[in-house]
Design a protein around this ligand. Structure first.
Ligand SMILES: C[S@@+](CC[C@H](N)C(=O)[O-])C[C@H]1O[C@@H](n2cnc3c(N)ncnc32)[C@H](O)[C@@H]1O
Length: 230
């Protein structure tokens, strides 16, 4: 699988030879109210409900590629654009797609800030993605404390640009999902600004839902913005 570090090509690639499994069978991603903080599972439910088999999707915070892979293998057969600023993220996500047997032509991963990447896609491919997903914060899964401390976190200023551009990328019926964490330094501000951007979307074109565990301090928050009309 090749990793692209340049601008994402725009042509549609052939569909994977290993087509996505159909709805309702997202392994490990079924939300239940007993796993009270499973905001990622809630986000996956939103993608699953919105996505059509032919859809292309964007993971604006690719990380280790778990969210993108869930889409690619169980929800849709289109291209999966993925952006991250950590080289390890791009490498791990690429390897995860390879291991899962997803056709390399479907993965368009770039080492690039999501604000720049999505603003470009908003210009070149407006209203054409079934889902654009954000899981904010830093690359998870480092055992080493020093490595963890050096990881780049998403930042309010670039996150809000990227979220605004993501809304321009979503097709009618598509969703933009944002999982925001409030406990770490800068997290509360980032969350507040994302909430402001999504809360200001016009109600005639968008329905925006906020979902969080109310009785646990500092619980992460999921936003699902669905474009309901042009
Ligand atoms: C919580 S992780 C995402 C998890 C990922 N979706 C997965 O399935 O593994 C957040 C990611 O955002 C990335 N990130 C931070 N700043 C970014 C930026 N400006 N543009 C794109 N990605 C960024 C981090 O490097 C990290 O990998």
């Amino acid at each position: 699988m090749t990793m692209t570090t340049t601008r994402a090509p725009l042509a549609r690639a052939p569909l994977s030879r290993a087509p996505a499994r159909r709805r309702g069978r997202v392994s490990g991603a079924v939300s239940t109210w007993t796993r009270d903080a499973d905001v990622v599972a809630w986000a996956r439910e939103a993608w699953e409900r919105a996505l059509e088999p032919q859809d292309d999707v964007i993971d604006a915070t690719l990380g280790r590629g778990r969210d993108a892979l869930a889409c690619a293998t169980t929800m849709c057969d289109g291209l999966v654009f993925g952006f991250d600023v950590e080289p390890d993220a791009i490498a791990d996500a690429t390897a995860a797609f390879e291991r899962a047997g997803v056709a390399s032509t479907r993965a368009r991963f770039s080492l690039r800030c999501h604000a720049d990447a999505l603003e470009e896609l908003a210009r070149t491919r407006p209203r054409s993605f079934g889902a654009v997903m954000f899981n904010l914060g830093y690359l998870p899964g480092d055992a080493d404390v020093d490595v963890r401390a050096r990881r780049r976190r998403t930042e309010a200023s670039t996150t809000v640009r990227a979220v605004a551009a993501a809304c321009a990328c979503a097709r009618v019926g598509g969703v933009v999902t944002v999982v925001a964490y409030v406990k770490h330094e800068g997290g509360a501000e980032e969350h507040a600004r994302v909430r402001e951007v999504l809360g200001a979307l016009p109600a005639k074109s968008w329905t925006v839902v906020e979902r969080r565990v109310l009785n646990r301090k500092g619980a992460p928050v999921l936003y699902v913005a669905r474009r309901v009309a042009e």
